[in-house]
Design a protein around this ligand. Structure first.
Ligand SMILES: *[C@@H]1O[C@H](CO)[C@@H](O)[C@H](O)[C@H]1NC(C)=O
Ligand SMILES: *[C@@H]1O[C@H](CO)[C@@H](O)[C@H](O)[C@H]1NC(C)=O
Length: 363
């Protein structure tokens, strides 16, 4: 029962906090529901609650109402009055949308996969950073859902794919370091949204913005993980950090090749520098895995590697990052950054480890 012991012994996170979280969550939903019915949804009091997943809406619902303001000079700031959240979204992977379809359905997305609301001013900027290699179908579903999802939230955003060249072991955390460095050359992003390509958000109240003080786990409830946290310090899938948070922990480790554990290393870094992890309330943080499968055994049997983060974090991260930028190309729906991140050390133990691996997050 190492998983529970860890949860109880952990300095930052204890059972009282869990209880607090549940209560907080209930209050949050209440405020959200009442708040929204008194302002945004004034005329639609019969709208479903933001947490009722039996009534879902199309992610493109009413998006065409966001049309360019007639006069840029007098354009107003985006407010909660102009936001069009519908709550739970209909997500299916039965039909693979063509790239043409996605482009046509998102007429205001600009080259490089960037968008700023045409109808209102926003100053908040979110970079979506996605490590990627050989998952073209998942990518298509991802773009089909993510673009309208982000537009519903009136965000200024760009989607960056970080493509690892070659066929060596994949290194997700190092690719994220590369993505952060390259994205910050383009713009002064307020929030770095680090996203697996196979995770699709199911609720548009899950705002893709950062918390001011703490890094945030967006994907707190994933379908194949029974919509629950697999273990308390889980920090994988979709996470949001400000550039300040990111630099404070020296970014992510560069040394996790083709294996799990980098998420735990990152969570450990956050704790070491005295930050905590904020989690999107479970009812809002719903995600579906594209073509996902449940783990083959109980969640508490997931094998988690032994970490040495306290010894390594200061020397392994953004300050030791080296890579060769091979290409940075703007496509209609994303910016494709191709990098040579080197090879895994020769002594790297080859072959998959035994046990119950989670079926996502490893590419
Ligand atoms: C879409 O817009 C129409 C017209 O403004 C409105 O009546 C309808 O309730 C909206 N639908 C949703 C799901 O918000
Ligand atoms: C990104 O670019 C690389 C080469 O620069 C290419 O091999 C890869 O297919 C591209 N990926 C996507 C999704 O466009």
């Amino acid at each position: 029962m190492a998983f529970w012991r860890k949860a109880t012994l952990s300095r930052v996170e204890n059972p009282c906090f869990l209880l607090f979280l549940i209560i907080f969550q209930a209050i949050f939903i209440l405020i959200l529901y009442r708040g929204s019915s008194s302002t945004v949804l004034q005329d639609h009091l019969d709208m479903p609650s933001p947490a009722d997943y039996s009534k879902t809406q199309d992610v493109y619902t009413n998006l065409s109402l966001y049309t360019p303001a007639p006069d840029k000079a007098t354009m107003r700031y985006c407010t909660s009055e102009t936001v069009m959240n519908v709550g739970p979204l209909t997500i299916t992977f039965d039909i693979l949308p063509s790239e043409r379809t996605i482009i046509d359905k998102n007429p205001y997305v600009q080259s490089g996969g960037c968008y700023s609301p045409p109808h209102c001013l926003t100053s908040y900027k979110t970079a979506i950073i996605v490590p990627h290699r050989n998952h073209e179908k998942q990518l298509r579903h991802f773009l089909y859902y993510l673009h309208p999802f982000l537009q519903r939230q009136q965000l200024y955003y760009c989607i960056y794919l970080i493509h690892q060249a070659g066929s060596g072991p994949f290194n997700r955390a190092k690719l994220l370091n590369v993505g952060v460095r390259e994205a910050l050359k383009d713009d002064d992003w307020d929030c770095l949204l680090l996203h697996n390509v196979d995770l699709i958000p199911e609720n548009d109240y899950n705002f893709y913005v950062c918390e001011e003080y703490y890094p945030k786990l967006m994907s707190s409830a994933i379908d194949v993980l029974y919509y629950s946290l697999p273990y308390w310090s889980f920090f994988g899938g979709v996470i949001a950090l400000t550039p300040e948070h990111y630099m404070k922990i020296n970014g992510f480790p560069n040394t996790y090749w083709d294996r799990d554990g980098e998420n735990d290393d990152i969570a450990e870094r956050i704790q070491i520098v005295g930050m905590k992890i904020y989690r999107t309330p479970l009812v809002i943080g719903h995600y579906k895995v594209v073509y996902g499968k449940q783990p083959s055994g109980p969640l508490q049997d997931i094998i988690r590697p032994v970490l040495h983060t306290s010894k390594t974090w200061k020397d392994d991260g953004m300050n030791s990052l080296d890579f060769k930028l091979l290409a940075k190309k703007k496509y209609p729906l994303y910016t494709n950054i191709t990098v040579d991140i080197g090879a895994a050390p020769i002594l790297f133990p080859q072959g998959k480890k035994e046990g119950n691996k989670m079926s996502f997050g490893s590419f």
